[in-house]
Design a protein around this ligand. Structure first.
Ligand SMILES: *Cc1c(COP(=O)(O)O)cnc(C)c1O
Length: 243
């Protein structure tokens, strides 16, 4: 149940947050001589309501991200049933191999491809669904063997994984993704990611995406060349349960 007018108040709140995030992206671009059109904002709607998805879409957001299969399945289905068209769903969480088939059924891009088994499972799912799935290799930017990394393939594992994705039916290799390591300044990590991305493009010129930067570090990521930023709390507020 919501109070009369609560929906409109929320819409205005999201509109203001969206304008603020777009302003941050524009300023970060200006600081390094880039143009905002080079950076796509992905709204991470995990834990938030369908009504928020609708508000964001009506405000012009077309790229939405989720990190859990069950929630993403439901959000994508509800949005489709509500007639919200032209959306791109980004899966940004760890994908269990047994969920790959499900994810391949609704996701447009999976940001977290980190191992061969997952490449094969996503390929099977995409072919079965008759869809083409964009794939980003998640790169672990923590010191080797440390607990500071946030998941992903090691930088040295990227070339082989990239070749597997490029050869897999139903998958299109789009680029790389990373989350800045815990407890470290993000700039060196995002610079390292840009290096990995640049080497990747030598072998796979179409793999142009760099998905990096969240609410707290999007300026740093844009400064290091991010093409896609994934913003949750900066748009929607603090999640009731952090994840
Ligand atoms: C939750 C999440 C985000 C968004 O984080 P915020 O700090 O809320 O902007 C981005 N990327 C991934 C992989 C996430 O899980």
């Amino acid at each position: 149940m919501s109070l009369p007018g609560a929906g409109e108040a929320r819409r205005q709140e999201l509109a203001a947050n969206l304008a603020a995030v777009q302003g941050r992206i524009a300023a970060a671009c200006a600081a390094v001589g880039r143009v905002p059109a080079e950076v796509t904002l992905i709204a991470i709607t995990k834990t938030w309501l369908h009504s928020d998805v609708r508000h964001l879409v009506e405000l012009g957001v077309a790229d939405l991200g989720e990190n859990r299969d069950a929630e993403a399945t439901e959000k994508a289905a509800v949005a489709a049933a509500a007639g919200l068209g032209g959306l791109r769903w980004h899966f940004v969480g760890q994908v269990q191999t047994n969920k790959a088939r499900s994810v391949a059924g609704y996701a447009d891009v999976v940001h977290s491809v980190d191992r061969s088994r997952l490449v094969r499972a996503l390929s099977v799912g995409a072919v079965e669904a008759g869809r083409e799935l964009g794939a980003l290799i998640q790169v672990d930017l923590g010191p080797p063997g440390s607990a500071e990394g946030r998941g992903g393939a090691t930088p040295s594992g990227v070339p082989a994984l990239a070749d597997e994705i490029a050869a897999a039916d139903g998958l299109r290799l789009l680029g790389v993704m990373a989350v800045a390591p815990l407890g470290r300044p993000p700039a060196p990590a995002f610079e390292a990611l840009a290096e990995v991305a640049s080497k990747l493009r030598e072998a796979h010129p179409g793999a142009t995406w760099i998905s990096a930067g969240m609410s707290g570090d999007l300026e740093v990521a844009v400064g290091a060349g991010a093409t896609h930023v994934r913003v949750g709390s900066g748009l929607l507020g603090n999640r009731p349960v952090a994840r």
